[in-house]
Design a protein around this ligand. Structure first.
Ligand code: FUC
Length: 781
């Protein structure tokens, strides 16, 4: 009897464990028919979209620094001479004239930059396969490994693909249950600028981007150098290199290691002709070749799982995950609920962040993370800094991946150097600035066009991320050495940039509310203006951070006083008399596009925390703002919908947050769960991941809010490992819509105020200690 019970227990346990695993699978019963069905792997810099074809496996490859273009000074040399005139025109409501002058004298020369490019494609061609059955391909988020399996008359085939951070390589293993069951040809291709050769057990691609000069994008020439190296290892069978192909015949198993490098130098934001990317590749491949596949795989697992496993998220116990992911998405589109698809989407967001932003000292996740198949990508797959790059990092702290933000901080720090030149040359100010978009070559001028690019406070917005890192970790060394000096310089730029308007208020000019247009009294439509609400909110958020941070790091009283004086002289964020919404511009203009995707005047609601229940007038106006945007068709891009989820979470409206999460899945999600802007853009994935966390835990303004926006559709669940400002890590569980337990681990020993509905508790948890609370917020010993 006892034995029976043990067996029963064990089988139950393993069943549960198996179920637990499969709830974190993206899986399909057929190969990807196009790029948006393929599945991404990445180690932060080296990525692949895996198609999982039976006769031909295709991996579309990326290396994060492979960009067309180069470092050039694009600042318009006439800017400073015309700035005052443009500013005065704006203050006098001569917006059209100011626009025309800005287009001539502020716009960067050349105004555009080139694109992030694909590295190439790897094909493994197995020839005709007969009697194929039991096909599946899956990406297991618990391992970061993509697996394709099927059975043919030559046995059962298993292919594993992952991108290893510790070994700096893409790894592919193909195995057959039948001895000598594998025969294939391996090729590496790139449409342009590369030559491929096969020698012994290796394929190498040597390349240099040749840019064609043009007046919009600037000088051309032989630009970035790059190299890709593949090494094959076959167990049993033969390996033969001919021309540019590797032939493998009658093998039992095959392992391929692939790596790539460029001559881009991150700290210089430029190319370095002394770097030989082929040497970097050889070094990496030679070092990984010393190890067995099993050792490489275990090292990958250990490193990956240490990060990924920090957070677990369950919503009830539905079994929808047993169905292929594409069918589940179809069902959701048809109106069926699928909570575990939401938890999968959440964990996928964490996976994507881990896979596109992992390496200290390298580049942050761009508009497509690192995954891009186009030579001229949508928006160049660039760094948009008027919402998109920021949104990529919204989930980073709360979902317990703070280290993944390091590439962003590195980027911000490096951009300070060209940003100082722009501050000086364009605006005659000290400090540093950049505008709404940039490539990897330090272009901080006003890019693309005045109607999109006039966002000179983008550096200030980015700098609030440095402060967030401090708020979550309380790491004073980070604040002192890495954050505060950069934040301060962004504030110094603002100090020099603001001008007085007729009423004596300090205003930013020229500027805009990102990408939106307003109608002036005479009906004419404009973008360019001064002191839009977003600027006032950015300045407030950055200055409050600088004032608090300055006090911690020993800033002079004079500087802190100057910042306080500026804040006091800013125009207020107002409520529109027309519609009761948060007023987007300095005057109560009519919006030209009421359903616009950007909802910039609510930046104070999220990601900042200036609009809260403690500012009830603005809080109510924020609700009306979203309502009005949605009624006019807002939320039509993935990232905009994701932002709306965060807004509703901050408005403590779980039902609306959930409704928009459903809409995101229904309207803006591909079958590989990539966000569909359209086209693919990764910010929606990251924004919605942050949004779901925000529904369950918030920690702004000195309070920990438990389940602040829990929707009825999530009656039972638990989330473990979320981080809160102040150095806390929380596990929260609920049942029938009510909190059951909450465990709080304190890293720093800060006291905190916990709030659940109307209940509050003030806690003093020792550093390194954990306490458990019940539904009444009483401590359970
Ligand atoms: C901003 C948005 C667009 C797009 C682009 C990359 O300009 O307004 O929707 O996301 O960035």
């Amino acid at each position: 009897m006892q034995k029976l019970l043990v067996i029963l227990f064990l089988s139950l346990f393993f069943n549960c464990a198996a179920q637990q695993d499969s709830s974190l699978l993206l899986w399909y019963r057929q190969p990807a028919a196009n790029w948006n069905e393929a599945l991404p792997v990445g180690n932060g810099r080296l990525g692949a979209m895996v198609f999982g074809g039976v006769e031909t496996e295709h991996l579309q490859l990326n290396e994060e620094s492979l960009w067309a273009g180069k470092h050039i000074d694009v600042n318009n040399k006439d800017a400073a001479a015309h700035l005052k005139e443009i500013q005065q025109l704006l203050l006098a409501d001569s917006n059209a004239k100011a626009f025309n002058l800005s287009q001539k004298y502020l716009l960067a020369t050349p105004p555009k930059f080139r694109s992030y490019q694909p590295l190439g494609d790897l094909y493994i061609d197995f020839g005709q396969q007969r009697s194929v059955r039991n096909y599946s391909r899956k990406l297991d988020l618990t391992t970061g490994i993509h697996t394709t399996t099927y059975t043919t008359e030559n046995g059962s085939i298993t292919r594993e693909v992952f991108s290893s951070a510790p070994d700096n390589c893409l790894v592919i293993r193909i195995a057959s249950t039948q001895k000598k069951g594998l025969t294939c040809k391996v090729t590496l291709t790139r449409e342009r600028d590369a030559t491929i050769t096969a020698t012994q057990d290796r394929l190498s691609m040597n390349g240099q981007i040749i840019d064609v000069p043009d007046s919009l994008n600037g000088p051309g020439g032989p630009d970035m150098k790059f190299h890709t190296l593949v090494k094959a290892r076959a167990t049993g069978g033969r390996l033969q290199a001919t021309g540019n192909v590797l032939y493998i015949t009658d093998a039992d198993a095959i392992v391929l290691y692939l790596t790539a490098a460029t001559d881009y130098v991150f700290s210089k934001l430029d190319l370095d002709r002394t770097i030989r990317p082929e040497d970097t590749c050889k070094q990496i491949i030679n070092s990984i070749s010393k190890h067995s596949y099993e050792a490489v795989r275990s090292r990958h697992l250990a490193e990956y799982q240490k990060l990924f496993n920090r957070v677990s998220f369950r919503l009830g116990s539905d079994t929808a995950f047993r169905q292929p992911t594409n069918l589940r998405l179809e069902r959701v589109k048809a109106g069926a609920p699928d909570n575990s698809l939401m938890t999968l989407y959440f964990q996928y967001g964490r996976y994507l962040l881990l896979s596109s932003s992992r390496w200290p000292g390298r580049l942050p996740a761009n508009l497509q993370g690192i995954w891009n198949e186009h030579y001229t990508a949508p928006w160049n797959s660039d760094y948009h800094t008027n919402i998109n790059l920021q949104m990529n990092y919204w989930p980073v702290h709360v979902t317990n991946l703070s280290e993944m933000a390091e590439p962003l901080y590195n980027f911000i720090n490096n951009y300070r150097v060209p940003g100082r030149v722009t501050a000086q040359k364009m605006y005659g100010s000290s400090g540093w600035t950049l505008h709404h978009t940039t490539d990897i070559f330090g272009k901080t001028g006003l890019m693309e066009g005045v109607q999109w690019g006039s966002s000179p406070l983008s550096a200030a917005w980015l700098c609030t991320h440095l402060w967030e890192q401090y708020l979550f970790t309380n790491d004073t060394a980070f604040l002192r050495n890495k954050a505060y000096p950069v934040m301060k310089e962004a504030a110094q730029f603002i100090q020099g940039f603001l001008i007085k308007d007729q009423q004596g208020r300090l205003v930013s000019a020229p500027s805009m509310s990102p990408e939106n247009s307003f109608k002036a009294a005479d009906g004419s439509v404009h973008q360019l203006t001064y002191a839009p609400a977003i600027d006032v909110e950015i300045i407030r958020a950055l200055y409050e951070a600088c004032i608090e941070g300055g006090k911690i790091t020993g800033e002079s009283k004079a500087f802190i006083d100057a910042l306080e004086k500026t804040v006091a002289a800013l125009p207020p964020v107002q409520v529109s008399k027309r519609y009761g919404i948060v007023q987007e511009w300095i005057a109560d203009y009519e919006e030209a596009e009421p359903g616009h995707r950007h909802i910039s005047q609510l930046i104070g609601l999220y990601p900042f925390s200036l609009i809260t229940p403690k500012t009830p007038v603005l809080f109510e106006a924020a609700k009306k703002t979203i309502e009005r945007r949605l009624q006019a068709g807002g939320g039509h891009t993935g990232w905009s919908r994701a932002w709306i989820i965060n807004f509703f979470a901050r408005l403590l409206d779980g039902e609306k947050a959930y409704e928009n999460m459903v809409l995101l899945l229904q309207k803006s999600t591909f079958s590989n769960l990539f966000d569909n802007h359209p086209p693919f853009q990764i910010d929606g994935n990251f924004g919605a991941t942050a949004g779901m966390a925000e529904m369950l835990l918030q920690s702004q303004n000195g309070e920990l809010l438990l389940l602040p926006a829990l929707p009825k559709a999530w009656p039972d669940g638990s989330i473990k490992g979320l981080c809160a400002r102040g150095g806390f890590v929380l596990d929260v569980a609920w049942n029938a819509g009510t909190l059951t337990t909450c465990r709080i681990y304190s890293k720093k020993g800060n006291s905190c105020m916990v709030r659940y509905g109307a209940k509050t508790a003030i806690l003093n948890i020792k550093p390194g200690a954990t306490i458990q609370l019940n539904t009444a917020l009483n401590e359970v010993k």
